[in-house]
Design a protein around this ligand. Sequence first.
Ligand code: ADP
Ligand code: MG
Length: 222
Amino acid sequence: MIQIRNLHKTYTMGKNTLHVLKGIDLSIAQGEMVSIMGSSGSGKSTLLNVIGLLDVYDHGEYYLNDALIKGLSESRSAHLRNRFFGFVFQAFNLISVKNALDNVALPLYYQNVGRKKRNRIALEYMEKMGMRDWAEHMPGELSGGQQQRVAIARAMISRPKVILADEPTGALDTETSYEVMDLFQAINVDGVTVIIVTHEHDIAARTRRTIRLQDGRIMSQD
Ligand code: ADP
Ligand code: MG
């Protein structure tokens, strides 16, 4: 589903350039659950953002479901992004002035689904994440683990083929981290490809394959 060949990315800031991804070769099949590890600055988030069509690359090839991702218009890229990917972040990124249910329903709002229908579907996803009773609560009233469950429900509501999670347990204690990993595993068992960036070995150990990045290169991937 994801095939990357000799992919390079350089950030340019004025006169300075930073070569961040230096020839990445990577294939991820549909239904896989993989982790990406590496020290801070090794290019993990950049790679995840390129995969999720949040950022572009300079050289090489990226095929998503056999379609070459290169030179896409912003609208084409947004269309593919919405169809393929759900995103989960370390800091949850919930909208603080909207309650949990509205946060989960938000992607459907952007798809012009009516309020009644989107709230009904959002409640189903809240239920799946064990958060049904918290639907009316504001993010600030929820624990970190609960906020991440809401964020995962929001990522899942548009039925993505791939979940991209950037250090999703980075702000959580160990027990809560494992609960969140249980959710990702259940999502993966349902056929969704899951890609998790993490610093933590015990989190990586719960995926079937670990891709190790060092200074923009893949050191190992088994
Ligand atoms: P990681 O997620 O592994 O910590 P990143 O992919 O976030 O690494 O960053 C890799 C390198 O690229 C870092 O040196 C970082 O400072 C730099 N970087 C990341 N994003 C940008 C950006 N938008 N502009 C310029 N440099 C960036
Ligand atoms: Mg990062």
